[in-house]
Design a protein around this ligand. Structure first.
Ligand code: GAP
Length: 594
């Protein structure tokens, strides 16, 4: 029998379980940790590896049209100039004029209170001895309900900690020229923690910098990649030239990305070092589809997404990838009850994107982005072609053949039609004509659909959706809370626990070891002989092991010969147990975990 206990503090419980059972640790914890960086322990490493493998399998091995790439984290800095990251990959930040602490301009909470201004402050070190003198205006918000004396104490502390001196304790600081200026309501001009006046918003680039070579001058600056995608664009030519790929096709990559996030938060959700799983799927531009097929299938006239069709335009491909990714999430246990979708509005879209859908997950701290699926047009390859001077156009034989069969009049009217239907109003007639002339030769820059997911975010989504606590009552009426991670067997770090009923019976231990040796080449197995069998089950429930196998005296067929060479298999979620021949164990488990 089971009931649901109160499951508040869900995130705290998950974070604590992750540490206790070796799933996720704070990076450099023995030195106090470092904000926005996390390490995966023995079980977290397995979980992440399994997730990575499911993605890789779904995106490459199970498909004919996607190949892989494993590029470096540091690339030529020109890549980031071309991609726009050097100039525009920034958050708008505001800085507290007292503590210099930064806050994202769009994350400032509205506050109500009185604005108090001081003309400065000075520190008196000991009787009669004057210490430093702070000669600048300090404007601070005294929160509604805050007592003036505790407010002054707080300001003295802020100054002592941040005014650039080690001299003087807070009590020894004297605030000068106090004046109450005004009362403000719902103001976003004061730092949410200190109450200090915020300065004007300024862009703060999120890329982490490093230096290549020993001189470490500004000429040697390089960046840790903020996304894995750009390497795919930069290697597009090489992949085309070296592999037998034909548009439409994709290049997939999994790897580390780095962002100097201003406010890393919600455990691993927003980290500074994280892993991305990205696909750049290259498709024919709609104009090429039209030249080949005479029309472009759009969502309004063809809504069957099960199999790609040759006449699909970008809209159908975009929707196809949303459906594919949704199917992937379902295959690892994240169904429609935990997912949501946000179709970005025209105003939300980046200037190069035609459409973008965020797949959202219902985290305990709120519904937020798990993956973004963007239709990026030809923006990235065009940028890299322009900046590198290298041809990144693709030659499409099918397109060339279709155009060769067209008359000069048909081509002229195609140019006319393309110009009149252009989506970019700034595109001149010359530009459109030149693009069309290229198309007639079979040449174009492919367009891109990009499903981009975060591996750490996915691991967090899986952890939070799998975490469960239930009160279980045994046959003697004794109740206890069972913590269980209900991982899909495919992604569980340990697939099966193997337990001899008693550790002091050598024949049980030997048989259990035999079972372990049989299973180990195929899956991650955990052998445990210590403690009562119920305890051993609970320990595995807590880390999401889907199956437990117990070797007992029946395995030897002593009382019931028909049970010889059978074991008990227990299923984690239902806690049901059944006997199964040892010879059927491997196929049974493989059927569940593959
Ligand atoms: N190439 C497109 C791109 O990078 P993005 O929306 O910035 O798009 C894609 O990132 C995914 O990477 C996000 O949906 C998220 O899962 C993950 N991600 C982005 N920033 C992250 C961070 N600071 N910490 C953890 N995951 C992050």
């Amino acid at each position: 029998m089971s009931t649901k206990p109160e499951t508040d503090n869900r995130m705290e419980k998950i974070v604590s379980l992750c540490k206790r059972r070796g799933i996720i640790f704070q990076s450099s914890e023995i030195y106090g940790g470092i904000g926005g960086f996390w390490d995966y322990g023995p079980l977290g490493t397995e979980l992440k590896r399994n997730l990575r493998d499911t993605w890789w399998r779904a995106m490459t091995r199970e498909r004919e049209d996607i190949v892989g790439l494993d590029a470096t984290i540091i690339m030529h800095p020109a890549v980031w100039k071309a991609s726009g990251h050097v100039d525009t990959f920034a958050d708008l930040m505001r800085e507290c004029t007292i503590t210099n602490k930064r806050v994202r301009a769009d994350h400032v909470e509205a506050q109500t209170g009185s604005i108090i201004r001081f003309t400065g402050a000075r520190a008196v070190l000991s009787e009669g001895t004057q210490g430093w003198h702070l000669d600048r205006t300090l404007t601070v918000l005294m929160k509604q309900g805050e007592h003036i004396e505790s407010f002054r104490k707080r300001v003295r502390q802020l100054i002592a900690q941040n005014a650039g001196t080690s001299a003087g304790k807070p009590e020894e600081i004297e605030l000068l020229g106090e004046e109450r200026i005004e009362v403000v309501e719902n103001s976003v001009d004061y730092h949410p923690e200190s109450g200090g006046l915020l300065n004007e918003a300024r862009p703060f680039n999120l890329m982490l910098k490093t230096y290549i070579g020993p001189t470490a001058t500004e000429d040697d600056v390089a960046y840790l990649r903020p996304e894995t995608a750009q390497a795919i664009f930069a290697q597009f030519r090489n992949v085309c030239d070296s592999s037998r790929v034909k548009v439409p096709f994709g290049i997939a990559q999994i790897g580390k990305a780095f962002r100097n996030e201003v406010t890393p938060k919600n455990f691993t959700f927003r980290s500074r070092e994280f892993e991305q799983m990205e696909l750049e799927f290259f498709i024919k531009p709609d104009e090429a589809v039209k030249l080949i097929h005479g029309k472009v299938a759009t969502w309004s006239d063809a809504s069957d997404l099960s199999e790609p069709k040759p006449d699909w335009g970008w809209e159908m491909w975009h929707r196809y990838w949303v459906a594919q990714r949704t199917g992937y999430y379902a295959s690892i246990g994240l169904g429609s009850e935990v997912l949501d979708y946000y179709w970005q509005s025209r105003e939300d879209l980046a200037h190069y994107a035609r459409a973008c859908v965020d797949i959202l997950f219902k985290f305990p701290f709120g519904t937020d982005e798990l993956e973004g699926i963007a239709a990026r047009g030809s923006f990235d390859l065009t940028q890299h072609q322009n900046h590198s001077g290298k041809q990144l156009e693709y030659f499409d034989e099918e397109l060339k053949a279709a155009c060769d069969a067209m008359s000069a009049e048909q081509k002229a009217s195609f140019i006319e039609e393309t110009f009149s239907q252009r989506t970019n109003p700034k595109a001149s007639r010359e530009e459109i004509t030149s693009t069309c002339e290229k198309l007639f030769k079979g040449l174009y820059i492919p367009h891109v659909i990009e499903p981009s997911a975060g591996l750490d975010r996915l691991a967090l989504a899986i952890l939070t959706s799998s975490f469960d606590e239930e009160v279980v009552t045994d046959i003697k009426g004794k109740s206890e809370t069972r913590t269980v991670l209900r991982f899909h067997p495919r992604i569980a770090p340990i697939k099966v626990g193997v337990f001899p009923l008693l550790k002091n019976k050598p024949e049980l231990v030997a048989k259990a070891r035999e079972v372990v040796a049989m299973l180990r080449p195929h899956m991650n197995v955990f052998y445990d002989e210590t403690g009562a069998i119920g305890r051993r089950y609970r320990r595995q429930d807590e880390v999401g092991t889907p199956f437990g196998v117990t070797i007992d005296f029946e395995t030897f067929g002593e009382a019931f010969p028909e049970l010889k060479d059978t074991v008990t298999i227990r299923e984690r979620d239902s806690m049901d147990q059944k006997r199964i021949p040892i010879s059927e164990l491997l196929p049974f488990l493989l059927g569940k975990i593959l």
